[in-house]
Design a protein around this ligand. Structure first.
Ligand SMILES: NC(=O)c1ccc[n+]([C@@H]2O[C@H](COP(=O)([O-])OP(=O)(O)OC[C@H]3O[C@@H](n4cnc5c(N)ncnc54)[C@H](OP(=O)(O)O)[C@@H]3O)[C@@H](O)[C@H]2O)c1
Length: 199
C-alpha cells in the first residue's frame, strides 16, 4: 500500500502519518514546507508536480486547508476567497488531479469538520466551505470511476487544539485517537461518498 498524506505536520496529519507509518510500507508526507514533498493545495500545478514525483498511490489523504475566522459582519468577499482557494478548491482540485494518479479501487479521503452543520461564533466562512465539500463528495463520488472511493472525515474540535472540557460548536472536543480511527474507517469502508462525522 502506498499512501500520501497532505498536511502531514499538522495536528491531524502528523498523527495520521505516525499511525500509518507503523502499518504501511510506503507513507509519503507532504506539506508546503516539506523538503522532500512540498505541495501547496491552493495551486493546481504544485499538486500535479507532487504526484509526478510519487509512485502510483493507493490512498491519498488531505488534512490541509484553511479559512478566515471572523464574525459575519467583518467578513469581506476576499476573506471568503481565502478559504475557497485553500480548503475548498484546494481539496476539489486535489480530487481532480489525484484520480488520474491513483490506482484502480484506491481511496481519496478529504477533511472538513463539525462546522458544516453546527454553529460556532466567528466560523461562518469555515461552515460554508465544509458544507460545500460535503455536497461535492456526495455528487463527485458517483462519477470518479475506476472503483476509486471518495470519502470525507468531519471531525469535531480536537482536544489539545481546544480545551477538552469546553464545548466547541456545542460539542465537547474529541481525542486525536478517535479522530485517527475515523480516518481509518473512511479507508476501510467499501462505501463511497461517505461523510464520516466524529463529534
Ligand atoms: N485541529 C482541529 O481541532 C480540527 C478539527 C476539525 C477539523 N479540522 C480541519 O482539519 C484540517 C487540518 O487541521 P489541523 O488542525 O491538523 O491543521 P494544522 O495543525 O494547522 O496543520 C496544517 C497542515 O497542513 C499544511 N498546510 C497548510 N496549508 C497548506 C497548503 N495550502 N498546502 C499544503 N499543505 C498545507 C501545514 O504545513 P505547511 O505549513 O508546511 O504547509 C500542516 O502540515 C483543517 O482543514 C481543519 O479545518 C481541524
Amino acid at each position: 500500500m502506498k499512501i500520501l498524506i497532505i498536511g502531514a505536520t499538522g495536528t491531524i496529519g502528523k498523527a495520521l502519518y505516525n499511525s500509518f507509518k507503523e502499518e504501511y510500507a510506503e507513507v509519503y508526507a507532504a506539506h508546503r514546507n516539506s523538503k522532500h514533498y512540498p505541495v501547496d493545495i491552493t495551486n493546481s500545478t504544485s499538486i500535479a508536480n507532487l504526484f509526478e514525483k510519487l509512485p502510483k498511490l493507493d490512498i491519498v489523504i488531505n488534512a490541509a486547508g484553511t479559512a478566515v475566522w471572523k464574525p459575519l459582519i467583518e467578513l469581506s468577499e476576499e476573506d471568503y476567497y481565502v478559504g475557497i482557494r485553500s480548503k475548498l478548491m484546494g481539496q476539489v482540485n486535489l480530487v481532480h488531479i489525484a484520480k488520474d494518479y491513483i490506482n484502480d479501487n484506491g481511496v481519496i479521503l478529504l477533511t472538513t469538520g463539525i462546522l458544516a452543520e453546527h454553529y460556532e461564533p466567528n466560523a461562518v466562512a469555515l461552515s460554508l466551505i465544509n458544507g460545500a465539500i460535503h455536497s461535492f463528495v456526495n455528487a463527485a463520488s458517483n462519477e470518479i470511476g475506476r472503483g476509486i472511493r471518495l470519502n470525507v472525515v468531519a471531525p469535531g474540535a480536537i482536544s489539545g487544539d481546544f480545551p477538552k472540557d469546553k464545548k466547541f460548536a456545542n460539542h465537547l472536543p474529541i481525542t486525536i485517537e478517535e479522530t485517527i480511527n475515523t480516518y481509518k474507517q473512511g479507508l476501510q469502508t467499501t462505501n463511497t461518498g461517505q461523510i464520516l462525522k466524529k463529534y
